[in-house]
Design a protein around this ligand. Structure first.
Ligand code: NAD
Ligand code: UGA
Length: 437
C-alpha cells in the first residue's frame, strides 16, 4: 500500500486515482481546476464514465481517496507522484507539453523526501529523459527521486474495467527500487500475475504510441476495405468476421465507421509521425492512416449529400450521437463535428440528440437545436444520421420513425440498424460497406 498523488484529474487521472485506491492505496487526486475538485468533494462526478461513481463513493467512504486543488501539499504528502495531465496536439503536430512541464516544476519545488515520479500522460519518446534532467538540475539536499514511465491503455466508456483488469502494465524505469515501488502500487494485479513488463523509459514511451497507432491503422484499414466493398459488391461485416477468425489478425478494432475520433488516436498518430521525422524518418503507414481517416469523415458527408441528390439546403437533418464513441460524454475530435459543420455549410439545419453529450456539444455549437430524446429529434426531419453507436440506437422504433419523419433518408455510419427492416419500411438508406437489402 502506497501514498500516491495523481496530478490531473481528467478522464485518465480520475479513473487511475480511483482504481489505485480500489487496489488499497491512499490516493490524492489533485487538479488546478478548483471547480472540478469542489464538485468531486461534493460527491459529483465531472465526467460520464460507466461504473465510476459507485467506486468513487466506496473509496471516499473508506478514507482512501481524496480530492485537492492544493498541488504543493499533495506532492509533499506522497511517495509516488503520477503525472496525468493533458498532452494535446500543438499547431505543428507535436504534443504540447506545457501542462506536463508545469507539473514537473511544481514537483521540483516540493520534493521533500524520496519520491517515485511517474508519467502516465502520453508523452513523446525522450520526454522522460528531459523530465529527469529538469528534476536533477540544482537538486535540493535531502530529496531524491526515481523516474518511471507508466503509460495508460484504458478506453473511455470502459475505463473502469480496463483499469482494474488491464491486459498489461508497462513500467519503464532504470531503477529497481522504483520498479518494486510500482509493483506495490499495482499489488493486487501483481499477485494475480497480471502481465507487468519492466522496460526502459524510452521503450515504455514507445509502446504507448506504437499501440495506439496500430489500432488506428487497423480502423483506417477496415474503413478503406469497406469503401472498396461498396464498389465491388462485397459485405464488409462478413469480410471483417472472417478476417478476425485468423488469430494473427483478431476481430477487435475491425469495425468500420465514420472515421476514428477521440482525444488520443488523432493526436498520437500526428505526434509519433512528428517524432519520427525529428529523427530523420518518415512513417508512411501513419501518414496513410491519418489521410484515410480524414477522407472517411468526408466520405460520410458525401454519402449524406448523395441521399438527397446533392441538395441539403434548408433540409432538417436529425443527427443521432454526438460523442466520439458510445458510453462517453467526450466529443473531442468526434466525427459528428465534421458532419455538423458540413450540413451547416450546405445550408441545412441540425436536430441533434445524444443521451449524454448534448451539453458538451452545445459549448461548440450553440446555433443548432438539441433534443432530449430520439423521437423529438427526428420529428419532421428530412433525414436521420446515426453517428455514435449508443445501444439505444440499435433498437429504434423504425415504424414510428418512418411515420414521424418528414423524409425517408437514413445514413447509418455505424452499421447498427437492421437493413431488412429499413427496406421493408420504405426507407432510402446508406451505411458503410454493406450489401444493401
Ligand atoms: P483531460 O483533459 O481529461 O484531463 C487533464 C486534467 O489535467 C484536467 O482536469 C486539467 O485541469 C488538469 N491539469 C492541467 N494542468 C494541470 C496542472 N498544472 N496541475 C494540475 N492539473 C492540471 O485529459 P485526459 O483525457 O485525462 O488525458 C490525460 C493524458 O492521458 C493525455 O496525455 C492522454 O493522451 C493520455 N491518455 C488518455 C486516455 C483517454 O482515454 N482519455 C487514455 C490513455 C492515455
Ligand atoms: C483509445 C485506445 O483504445 C486506448 O487503448 C488508449 O488508452 C486511448 O485511446 C488513449 O490513449 O487515449 P479511446 O480513444 O478511448 O481509446 O476509444 P477507442 O475505443 O479506441 O475508440 C477510438 C475511436 O475509434 C472512436 O472514434 C471509435 O468509434 C473508433 N473505432 C474503434 C472504430 O471506428 N472502429 C473500431 O473497430 C474501434
Amino acid at each position: 500500500m502506497k501514498n500516491i498523488t495523481i496530478i490531473g484529474t481528467g478522464y485518465v487521472g480520475l479513473v487511475t486515482g480511483v482504481g489505485l485506491s480500489e487496489f488499497g492505496n491512499n490516493v490524492i487526486c489533485a487538479d488546478i481546476n478548483d471547480d472540478k475538485i469542489l464538485k468531486l468533494n461534493a460527491g459529483k462526478i465531472p465526467i460520464y464514465e460507466p461504473g465510476l461513481e459507485e467506486i468513487i463513493k466506496r473509496n471516499v467512504q473508506n478514507n482512501r481517496l481524496f480530492f485537492s486543488s492544493d498541488i504543493s501539499s499533495s506532492i509533499k504528502k506522497s511517495e509516488v507522484i503520477i503525472i496525468a495531465v493533458g498532452t494535446p496536439q500543438s499547431d505543428s503536430g507535436d504534443a504540447d507539453l506545457q501542462y506536463v512541464y508545469s507539473v514537473v516544476k511544481a514537483i521540483k519545488e516540493n520534493l521533500n523526501d524520496y519520491k517515485v515520479i511517474c508519467t502516465k500522460s502520453t508523452v513523446p519518446i525522450g520526454t522522460g529523459k528531459k523530465i529527469t534532467k529538469i528534476l536533477k538540475t540544482n537538486f535540493k539536499e535531502n530529496s531524491d527521486f526515481n523516474y518511471v514511465s507508466n503509460p495508460e491503455f484504458l478506453r473511455e466508456g470502459s475505463a473502469v474495467k480496463d483499469f482494474l483488469w488491464p491486459d498489461r502494465i508497462i513500467i519503464g524505469t532504470s531503477s529497481l527500487i522504483a520498479f518494486e515501488t510500482m509493483c506495490d502500487v499495482y499489488r493486487p494485479l501483481y499477485i494475480n500475475k497480471s502481465p507487468i513488463s519492466h522496460t526502459s523509459v524510452e521503450t515504455a514511451e514507445m509502446i504507448k504510441y506504437a499501440s495506439n497507432s496500430f489500432l488506428a491503422l487497423k480502423i483506417s484499414y477496415i474503413n478503406e476495405i469497406a469503401n472498396v466493398c461498396e464498389l465491388v459488391g462485397a459485405d464488409v461485416h462478413d469480410v471483417a468476421n472472417a478476417m478476425g477468425k485468423d488469430g494473427r489478425i483478431s476481430d477487435k478494432f475491425l469495425h468500420p465507421g465514420p472515421g476514428f475520433g477521440g482525444s488520443c488516436f488523432p493526436k498520437d498518430l500526428e505526434s509519433l509521425s512528428a517524432i519520427a521525422i525529428e529523427h530523420g524518418f518518415q512513417m508512411n503507414t501513419l501518414k496513410a492512416a491519418i489521410k484515410a481517416n480524414k477522407k472517411q469523415k468526408i466520405q460520410m458527408c458525401n454519402k449524406l449529400e448523395s441521399l438527397f441528390d446533392g441538395e441539403l439546403k434548408n433540409k432538417e437533418i436529425a443527427v443521432l450521437g454526438l460523442a466520439f464513441k458510445a458510453n462517453t460524454d467526450d466529443i473531442r475530435e468526434s466525427s459528428s463535428i465534421d458532419m455538423i459543420n458540413f450540413i451547416l455549410s450546405k445550408g441545412g439545419f441540425i436536430r441533434a440528440y445524444d443521451p449524454i453529450a448534448n451539453d458538451a456539444m452545445s459549448k461548440l455549437f450553440s446555433n443548432i437545436s438539441y433534443f432530449q430524446d430520439v423521437y423529438a429529434a427526428i420529428k419532421n426531419a428530412d433525414a436521420l444520421v446515426i453517428m455514435t453507436e449508443w445501444n439505444e440506437f440499435r433498437s429504434l422504433d423504425l415504424m414510428r420513425i418512418r411515420k414521424e419523419m418528414n423524409g425517408k433518408f437514413i445514413l447509418d455510419t455505424r452499421n447498427i440498424v437492421n437493413m431488412k427492416e429499413l427496406s421493408s419500411l420504405g426507407f432510402v438508406y446508406d451505411n458503410v460497406g454493406r450489401i444493401k437489402i
